[in-house]
Design a protein around this ligand. Structure first.
Ligand code: MRU
Length: 347
C-alpha cells in the first residue's frame, strides 16, 4: 500500500541524511530537502519545511540519529538532541522522538538511534491507519467535514490523523466532502491540505478562516475534526491557532468537534492546557502574505502559533486505540497504556 500512496513519506533516512518534503514550497513544487547536518535540520524545523506534530516526532528521532552519525563526541550528540527538541516548543512529539533516539544512542550507539527513528517512522503510518479505522464511522455517508491547518500525510510520516479519518471514510465509500480552512498566517490548509485532497481525489473546498462559523450557521457542516500538537491529561488540546474558535462555534451550533491524534501526542505529565507552552512566531508572518507586505510599515502584530481548546468543548479524542470520551482524565490513560500493544513495533 505504501508503494502506491500518491503522497510520498514526509521524512525518511536517505544515504546518511534526513530527507524531508520541503513544505515551504508546496503546492507549487514537490521538492525534497536532504539535511546532512543537525544545523540544517534545526533550520528546517524552525522554518516549517517539516511541521505537524507526528512528523516532528519522527524528525526529532532522525535528527538525533543524524547527530550520532555526524558529530564526534557524546556531549555534542546530547547537545544536538537538546537543540532539536527546543526547535519548536508546543508539539510534544518533537522532544518525545528526540528523547527516544537519544536513549537508544546512549545505550547501544549510533546505529541503534537510527533503528529507533526508522521504527518511529514506520509505526507512525500504522498508527494513523488505525486512527482512520476507528474514526471513519464518525463521518456520516455524504457528510461535510470541516478541518483546520494540515493534519494529513504531510503532518505525519504518512496517511494523516484528522485528514486520515477523512481519508479512511473516503476509502470506505462514505463520500465525505471537506471544508478546508485556509489557516492564516502560513496557510497550511490552503497550501497543504488542499494539495493532499487533490492528490487523493477527495472533494474539498477552501474557505477563509472567518467563514467557518457562518458555514455552521447555514447547516453546511456535519462535524469538525482537527489534529493536535499536545493534549493535556484533562483533555485540553493545543492545536493550530483558530482551533479554539472553531470549537466554540461548533458547540454553539451543536456540531460534534473531534480531535484525532496518536497516543504520542497525549502528555499526561501536563495536567491542563494552562501549562502548555504556546509558540510565538515572528510577527512578520502576520504582516506579510508570503514575501508580500499586507500591513503598513511599522504595524504591530502578535503571532501565537497555537491555541488551547478546553476539554469541555471536545466531543471525543480519536487515537490508535479508539475514541476516548469525557471525562478525559479517566479515559486517556488507558490509551497511553494500550498504545504500546496495538501495533508491533517496526521495522
Ligand atoms: O505549525 P504547524 O504547521 O506545525 O502546526 C500543525 C498543527 O497545528 C497540526 O494540526 C498538528 O500538528 C497536528 S498534525 C497531525
Amino acid at each position: 500500500m505504501a508503494g502506491t500512496d500518491p503522497i510520498p513519506p514526509t521524512v525518511e533516512w536517505r544515504r546518511g541524511a534526513v530527507r524531508i518534503i520541503d513544505q515551504r514550497v508546496l503546492p507549487g513544487r514537490l521538492r525534497f530537502l536532504d539535511c546532512a547536518d543537525v544545523d540544517s535540520l534545526v533550520d528546517a524545523i524552525a522554518t516549517l519545511a517539516v511541521r505537524g506534530a507526528p512528523a516532528l516526532g519522527a524528525t526529532g528521532a532522525f535528527g538525533v540519529a543524524l547527530g550520532a552519525h555526524t558529530l564526534k563526541t557524546k556531549r555534542q550528540v546530547r547537545a544536538a538532541a537538546a537543540r532539536i527538541a527546543r526547535a519548536r516548543p508546543t508539539a510534544v512529539n518533537l522532544g518525545w522522538g528526540a528523547e527516544r533516539a537519544l536513549r537508544a544512542y546512549e545505550h547501544d550507539g549510533r546505529d541503534a538511534a537510527l533503528v529507533v527513528a526508522q521504527a518511529i517512522a514506520a509505526d507512525d503510518v500504522r498508527r494513523n491507519r488505525l486512527i482512520g479505522a476507528h474514526g471513519l464511522s464518525l463521518v456520516p455517508v455524504g457528510g461535510a467535514v470541516l478541518t483546520h491547518c494540515n493534519a494529513g500525510s504531510l503532518a505525519c510520516v504518512g496517511y494523516g490523523t484528522a485528514l486520515g479519518v477523512v481519508r479512511a471514510a473516503f476509502e470506505g465509500g462514505r463520500r465525505p466532502s471537506v471544508w478546508v480552512d485556509e489557516t492564516r498566517p502560513l496557510l497550511q490548509g490552503a497550501r497543504l491540505t488542499m494539495w493532499e485532497c487533490d492528490r487523493l481525489g477527495i472533494d474539498a473546498r477552501l474557505v477563509v478562516d472567518g467563514a467557518a462559523a457562518s458555514l455552521m450557521q447555514r447547516g453546511l457542516v456535519d462535524l469538525v475534526i482537527v489534529g493536535a500538537d499536545r493534549i493535556a491529561a484533562n483533555g485540553d488540546v493545543a492545536n493550530k491557532i483558530g482551533t479554539y474558535g472553531l470549537a466554540v462555534a461548533a458547540r454553539h451550533h451543536q456540531i460534534p468537534f473531534y480531535v484525532a491524534a496518536p497516543a504520542s501526542t497525549l502528555d499526561l505529565a501536563t495536567a491542563t492546557g494552562d501549562a502548555i507552552v504556546v509558540e510565538e512566531r515572528d510577527p512578520d508572518e502576520v504582516t506579510h502574505a508570503g514575501t508580500r507586505r499586507i500591513a503598513p510599515v511599522g504595524a504591530g502584530a502578535f503571532n501565537p502559533a497555537f491555541d488551547i481548546t478546553p476539554a469541555r468543548l471536545v466531543t471525543a479524542i480519536v487515537t490508535e486505540c479508539g475514541a476516548a470520551r469525557p471525562p478525559y482524565r479517566r479515559s486517556l490513560p488507558a490509551h497511553v497504556r494500550r498504545a504500546a500493544e496495538v501495533v508491533t513495533p517496526g521495522p
